[in-house]
Ligand binder design. Structure first.
Ligand SMILES: C[S@@+](CC[C@H](N)C(=O)[O-])C[C@H]1O[C@@H](n2cnc3c(N)ncnc32)[C@H](O)[C@@H]1O
Length: 365
């Protein structure tokens, strides 16, 4: 639940503290635990849930009522042959997130063999068949979700699932790549300290999740996560703020500075529609006449010379500059982080990082 909150909060433009969000839990189970937890964690969030099992469905409805949450959690009884993401039947057009803890196993034999092999008390098998077993196991189940997501696309901000096997994560990342998805986040959860679960979320929108929870150190080099959405330049011996500001102001970009900047921390929010710093874009501009408009701290000029609304740009990049002290406060250095917040094409983010790195290094070395 916390991971999903991070995903939604970090990839929502103009996030407001009391923002409403709607989620859908596929297969709520008898306890309806995840919708209850979501509603407990966020007072403005609402949930839909589904289950195909009549007993689980009845218990879930009872639990929702017992917690006084009938107004915020709606449960629909679905069927194994219908869609996993039944937005139409729920009469909703969009949801912010989908969550799902699918049945893991393909057969009863597989489930029994796994529990016999593990034989630790924490791996005790307590679930009914419908909770643990589905044709094709969790890979087939989530593959169906991915296929449905290719049709629903951005009706859902983030599609997320919890997985019981690393091999499933491998198969599903392959599947996502195969259907052309380029925006996904993974993490490894170890809630009880022993049982490991993998979570994966994918999105057809262009908001990128921060690396600190959308990538995991144990998965580096496995090809299971996207490349980093952040570049860090640290141990700089001089303050790079001026060179960064001058570089950005010289380009036809929108640059805004949030109010919270201080002596030890500066931030520039950069908005653009394309790599206006590239050589080809520079040449094109030289051929065109330009006009720059001043608007408070924001200078806005789109690459075609027109003035744009800052929220209308396709790319958002954030440059953070921080003064870092060592443990004994003797040595101070600067660190610059460049974060990819929004945008379709990773090449634009990477070329922005390359351009800024060259400028900083050339001035400071
Ligand atoms: C592993 S349990 C998860 C229960 C609960 N979400 C949790 O995490 O404790 C899987 C649940 O999915 C339900 N289920 C199985 N196939 C389903 C389907 N096609 N659509 C919706 N729910 C399904 C099962 O009845 C079961 O309640």
């Amino acid at each position: 639940v916390q991971w999903i909150q991070n995903l939604i909060d970090s990839t929502t433009a103009n996030l407001l503290p009391k923002r409403q969000a709607v989620g859908l839990d596929i297969g709520v189970g008898a306890s309806c635990i995840y919708p209850l937890l979501v509603c407990a964690a966020r007072e403005n969030w609402k949930m839909y849930g589904t289950d195909i099992d009549e007993t689980n469905f009845q218990h879930a409805i009872h639990n929702v009522s017992a917690n006084g949450l009938d107004e915020r959690i709606k449960i629909l009884k679905t069927t194994s042959y219908g869609p996993l993401i039944p937005l139409e039947a729920l009469e909703i057009r969009t949801v912010e997130f989908i969550m799902c803890n699918p049945p893991f196993f393909a057969t009863k034999e597989e489930a029994t063999a796994t529990f016999l092999k593990e034989q630790q008390p924490f791996a005790a098998c307590t679930g009914a068949d419908v909770e643990m077993i589905t044709p094709g196991g969790e890979v087939a189940y989530v593959t169906r979700m991915i296929d449905e997501s290719t049709l629903l696309k951005d009706s859902v901000q983030w599609y997320t699932v919890q997985l019981g096997k690393l091999s499933s994560l491998r198969a599903l990342v392959q599947k996502l790549k195969g259907v052309g998805c380029k925006n996904w986040a993974v993490n490894v959860l170890q809630p009880s300290g022993q049982t490991v679960r993998w979570v994966i979320g994918w999105s057809w929108l262009s908001m990128r999740a921060p690396d600190w929870f959308a990538r995991h150190k144990s998965l580096v080099g496995t090809g299971l996560q996207t490349k980093p959405n952040q570049l860090l330049l640290d141990s700089l011996s001089q303050d790079p703020t001026r060179v960064i500001e001058e570089t950005l102001r010289a380009l036809p970009l929108s640059v805004s500075i949030p109010d919270d900047h201080s002596v030890i921390h500066d931030t520039f929010i950069v908005r653009t529609d394309s790599a206006v710093w590239s050589r080809s874009a520079r040449r094109k501009r030289q051929r065109e006449e330009q006009q720059v408009t001043q608007n408070g701290t924001i200078s806005i000029l789109a690459s075609d010379g027109s003035v744009k609304n800052p929220s209308g740009f396709g790319y958002i990049l954030v440059v953070d500059i921080r003064l870092v002290s060592d443990m004994h406060k003797i040595k101070q250095t600067w660190a610059v982080s460049i974060r990819w917040i929004k945008g379709e094409d990773r090449a634009v983010f990477e070329s922005f990082c390359g351009m800024l790195k060259i400028k900083i290094m050339a001035k400071l070395l």
